[in-house]
Design a protein around this ligand. Sequence first.
Ligand code: SAH
Ligand code: SF4
Ligand code: F3S
Length: 472
Amino acid sequence: MTDPREPKQAKGVFIKTYGCQMNVYDSERMRDVLRPLGYAPVDSAEQADLVVLNTCHIREKATEKVYSELGQLKLLKQERGGNLTIAVAGCVAQAEGAEIMRRQPAVDLVLGPQAYHKLPEMIARASRAVGDRLETEFETLEKFDALPKTREADGPTAFLSVQEGCDKFCTFCVVPYTRGAELSRPVDDIVMEARSLAAQGVRELSLLGQNVNAFHGAAPALTNEADWTLGQLVRHIAKVGGIDRIRYTTSHPRDMDDDLIAAHGEVPEMMPFLHLPVQSGSDRILKAMNRGHTADHYRDIIRKVREARPDIAIATDFIVGFPGESDADFEATMQLVRDIGFAIAYSFKYSSRPGTPAADMFGHVPEEVKDARLQQLQQLLREQQEAFNRSKIGQTVPVLVTGKGRNPGQAHGRSPWMQAVHFQYERDSGVGDRDPRVGDGDLKGHIVDVRVIDASLNSLTGELIKVREAAL
Ligand code: SAH
Ligand code: SF4
Ligand code: F3S
């Protein structure tokens, strides 16, 4: 029987996502908005009636990718005699708006990150070729209010956006301009979304925000309290039935308050992983970046976090070759890395972004110097990452299973420290035969104990010891 509410003719939508987790979350929400219009997700532009590029503006390369992708889509549209709707969403849409339509006339609509709830009406307008095809207003709360309250979960892990925008204005960064001012969602809304995800089997939630630890959302209506902090929010979400693991990303050192640090030691659901970007180890460069903290302040925070949760994995971001960065500044970054010991880090060459203060600074660093520094830094970071992974060999760790492996008797999942874990069951461990839940060979969504046998730069391998009764 077909549901009479189901639209008869399903159309295909292909959303290609670039950039950060916030965009991944937004792409999911766009799918939620489009579903009632009869759009079903498909895996390629060739199968789609509507293609949405959810773009990133953070570095020049990311932006240029969008225009080359649009060139391809234009050809596809021509082959189809115009029967393809092309939408550009995300941060390039926000930053370059009308310029995109000028550079690539095949684009039907452009919408900034705060306008996704308007997608249906914009598609309608584009199909009739009337009205505005550009939406780049900042209406963050309106966006969240207008998006469907429930979510369609996809597996046992999910992102949940709790805060958007940024007021920090680091001198290299476009985010304050593309995402607008910091804005937090009310706690009640967040909890409703968390419950809806938990009801669909989500066990691990990653709370998202450009500056997620600056969260200050309206307290639950019944409490009459002042705005809540992220620490309060985490303690509250930990009580949502079914949510066994909580993460948050990305944080700023300036907003790392004592209560949030304490929560790492006190809330069992809080995973031992902290992504805290530092960008540089040189105080001079940190100042020029307008980060608002020193390298020692960062060391201090990490010391406190490790006191609260000794096994915590520390992740970070670096930029090398910021204008004016000398050899000594770069050496200070290397020293910070040696002092802290990172479990994982993302490092980038500085990319000059139009409209940001750093673009006009003196002392731009030659490309080959940036290259050499990046290589040197990444070499050290790789060594640390591998050492961190190898430190788990011999331990039995709780793994949230995210799917089956390539061969029978194999599965993969995620450790508390965000490592990918591949493990063997049934054949080698024998546990699978004895545990009824492993009957169909699918452990997805279970938290299992895995003994780690080996580790490489990017993952751990191990064998199943047992399926956990309780999560923690
Ligand atoms: N909100 C997050 C970061 C968002 S951007 C935070 O404050 O940490 C993700 C990372 O991209 C940044 O941490 C930074 O390392 C890098 N990045 C941002 N702008 C950049 C630029 N102009 N050039 C190179 N890397 C950049
Ligand atoms: Fe960009 Fe800085 Fe804001 Fe992060 S804190 S989004 S790096 S301006
Ligand atoms: Fe990129 Fe926008 Fe995220 S610029 S990193 S997609 S906030």
